[in-house]
Design a protein around this ligand. Structure first.
Ligand code: 5RP
Length: 215
């Protein structure tokens, strides 16, 4: 189902353009699909070192985001997504760069299998990237929001920071919570993608790939 969604995303990549590429197992399927059309691409901007490595191995040029004027599309997976196309991302720890590349892209195409579609976000622990010296302070502040933050021990992000995963949240107002968490000193980014959610969801299901668009 992940592979089928990834394959369907190729239709959203304009020919002879740059493409933003996410991280994770579904994004890896998309990278493999890009390999088949690499002669039609200018190159890619990757949201993680791991994805950059995979793209380079396939001979796809990887550019720094700062050297790119515009990005027509960004394709990435999600840990959870609603029918309004708000997401939790960051299961793989790449949330900050994913958010930055997504912010530049004109269109965000989310590729996911049907298990990722939820009515309410929050069963999947919400990742928060934190400056290391702020870890305990941020954890105390997150407790006040009603969830249980847990340090993802042993994980250092591509930006040299740590991750706190917030368990047991029922996120009824994702835009508000995204904004609130961003206000805590020491937070770099959080895994709620609600202010800038996806524009299109390609959902791999047992009955084929369903397309949902943001209204
Ligand atoms: C990584 C992410 C991924 O998109 C998310 O974890 C989904 O992963 P997968 O495609 O392996 O299910 O946000 O930071």
């Amino acid at each position: 189902m992940k592979q089928a969604a990834a394959q369907a995303a190729i239709a959203y990549v304009p020919m002879d353009s740059m493409v933003g590429v996410g991280s994770g197992s579904t994004a890896n399927h998309f990278i493999a699909e890009l390999g088949r059309i690499k002669h039609k691409l200018q190159g890619a901007v990757a949201s993680s070192e791991a994805s950059a490595q995979r793209l380079k191995q396939l001979g796809i040029p990887v550019l720094e985001l700062n050297s790119v004027d515009e990005l027509p599309v960004y394709v990435d997976g999600a840990d959870e997504i609603t029918r309004h196309l708000a997401m939790i991302k960051g299961g793989g720890g790449a949330l900050t760069r994913e958010k930055i590349v997504a912010a530049v892209a004109r269109k965000f195409v989310c590729i996911a299998d049907e298990t990722k579609l939820v009515d309410v976000l929050g069963k999947f622990p919400l990742p928060v990237e934190v400056i290391p010296m702020a870890r305990s302070h941020v954890a105390r502040e997150l407790l006040k929001l009603g969830g249980q933050p847990e340090w993802r021990r042993g994980v250092v992000t591509d930006n040299g920071n740590v991750i706190l995963d917030i368990h047991n949240l029922e996120i009824l107002k994702p835009i508000e919570l995204e904004t609130t968490i961003n206000q805590i000193a020491g937070v770099v980014a959080n895994g709620l993608f609600a202010r800038r959610g996806a524009d299109v969801l390609l959902l791999g299901t047992g009955r084929g790939v369903q397309t949902l668009t943001r209204h």
